[in-house]
Write a protein that binds this ligand. Structure first.
Ligand code: SF4
Length: 503
């Protein structure tokens, strides 16, 4: 399910911009705005969502008669320029920026996925954030041979085409809506979709609401986006988050809300990683600004795991607000200990521990005068394989730190994710079978503490809101297909164990 890269660097690309961190699955955006240059609005929206996926970017636009699609591999700013945006004329559009968790990283899998019209099925385009957990079953039902399904979005597009063909052309233009109402209940797993036909923009959030999706209003139209900063950047005001299990239809008549899923399936489980790491700090989730939640995580970490030290620092970028909170509550001065190279993109390195450490050096460099002779509290957002933290601890010691105390707001990750986040198999997760003390020793830190899950939820401060915490607890909110769990749960190889023998 995750990351089957087909590039010639397949064996080499274990490191990317956010070295050692889990990868997000995608950012989606949609806009219905007559009279506005919608392709440019999508460009700005995708640019604000770039942190959610950096492998490909695409835009589909309709002028009411024809859908045009342009997509390519690379960052939003690499793919699109004036020359490519100007011809994308219309009044409704969707866009997508991708990190591949299902299917390989190739042009064919770039989104939006487009299906041209046929005599009995209308044209449409689709963009997806998430990961379906019943892909093999759905593919079999759709008559797609094993190995033919390029991606979840490809599969859903096929299911929708088949549903449209079966229902026949409708005179009211609601072909795609009707097909969605038929197909959506059969989908399981995580999915935030934006879709469009020639005259509608549609947003869908799965019944658990694993991935965010919000609604914004422009003076002359409506906007859908994975995160609220993508609304801010185009001057749309935030209306609300879509409810888990909600579908919204946007067209010339305004906006309609539909509930395509049975009520018993609706059970809010927003991925808790969104608050800790994925979402931008200026995003609003569950009515809370993410930055404030991260700062409170640091405050509670300082209460839960105090330590005598001279300086608190965060690992850039997502560790910083939590470090500020730790400093504020503990009274230990906050300082900058690492500088991040802002210009590093995707890099290619051999997947050995030494090379991974070099990857960290490419991205982070210590501020020696700030560090030398000091006892440091170092806050990072999460530990997946431990690669980054191990290299950071060594880097700080080499720069003269006398003590390094690690504080982590996300509890130990022990289980794989089936909902679109690439944290690897159990074998790759440092905390899968090591105690906190063993992890501390492996990382070379003087002390290590993780925030407890109840404190993490308290820091987010959205009482009654549901979270997915499956990768921490093993308690998956949905049934996970046997084929998936077998692959992801088995100890197929143990690179971490190999790393340990070298330490
Ligand atoms: S398993 Fe973990 S990473 Fe995946 S959706 Fe749940 S909380 Fe997020």
């Amino acid at each position: 399910m995750s990351g089957g890269h087909s590039s010639p660097f397949a064996a080499l690309d274990g490191i990317d911009d956010d070295v050692g961190h889990p990868k997000e699955a995608c950012g989606v955006f949609g806009v219905y705005a007559p009279g506005q240059p919608v392709s440019y609005l999508v460009f700005d929206g995708l640019y604000a969502l770039q942190h959610r996926g950096q492998e490909s970017a695409g835009i589909a636009v309709s002028d009411g008669d024809t859908i045009m699609v342009d997509k390519d591999m690379g960052l939003v700013t690499n793919v699109f320029n004036e020359r490519r945006l100007a011809p994308l004329q219309g009044y409704l559009a969707i866009g997508h920026t991708r990190y591949s968790t299902t299917g390989s990283s190739t042009w064919r899998n770039a989104q939006p996925v487009y299906r041209p019209g046929t005599p009995d099925a209308g044209a449409f385009a689709l963009a997806h954030n998430g990961n379906l957990t019943n892909t093999p079953l759905l593919a079999a039902e759709a008559g797609m041979l094993p190995g033919v399904v390029a991606s979840d979005s490809d599969l859903v597009a096929e299911l929708l085409s088949q549903a449209m063909a079966a229902q026949g052309a409708r005179s009211d233009g609601r072909d795609l809506e009707t097909a969605l109402l038929k197909v959506l209940p059969s989908l399981e797993g995580a999915f935030s979709f934006v879709l469009m036909d020639e005259g509608h923009v549609i947003g869908v959030r799965d019944p658990n609401g694993f991935r965010p999706l919000c609604l914004g209003k422009l003076e002359t139209g409506w906007v859908l986006a994975s995160e609220t900063p993508a609304l801010d950047v185009i001057g749309a005001h935030f209306v609300r988050e879509l409810d888990p299990g909600e579908m919204v239809m946007i067209d010339a008549n305004g906006i309609r809300s539909l509930r395509p899923f049975p009520a018993e399936r609706v059970n809010p489980k927003l991925c808790i990683f969104e608050f800790v790491y994925f979402a931008r700090p200026d995003s609003q989730l569950y009515g809370r600004e993410v930055h404030g939640a991260r700062r409170r995580m640091g405050e509670l970490l300082a209460e839960q795991a105090p330590v005598e030290a001279d300086m608190v620092m965060g690992v850039p970028e997502s560790g910083i607000p939590t470090a500020e909170g730790f400093a504020r509550r503990s009274g230990i001065p906050y300082g900058q200990g690492l500088v991040k190279n802002r210009y590093i993109g995707r890099t290619f390195l051999a997947p050995s521990q030494e090379a991974r450490a070099l990857g960290v050096k490419r991205k982070l460099n210590p501020l020696r005068e700030n560090i030398a002779g000091k006892r440091l509290v170092v806050v990072d957002d999460s530990i997946v394989r431990g690669t980054t933290q191990r290299a950071v601890v060594q880097m700080l010691r080499d720069a003269g730190a006398t003590e390094v105390h690690l504080r982590i707001p996300l509890p130990p990750i022990k289980w794989p994710c089936f909902y679109g986040i690439d944290i690897g198999t159990r074998a790759e997760l440092l905390a899968a079978d090591l105690s906190v003390g063993e992890i501390r020793d492996y990382l070379g830190a003087d002390s290590l503490a993780y925030l407890t899950l109840d404190r993490l939820e308290a820091a987010i401060g959205a009482p009654g809101a549901g979270f997915c915490t499956a990768c921490l607890t093993g308690d998956y909110p949905t049934e996970v297909a046997v084929e998936l769990s077998k692959h992801m749960l088995e100890d197929v190889h143990t690179p971490r164990a190999a790393d340990r023998t070298r330490s």
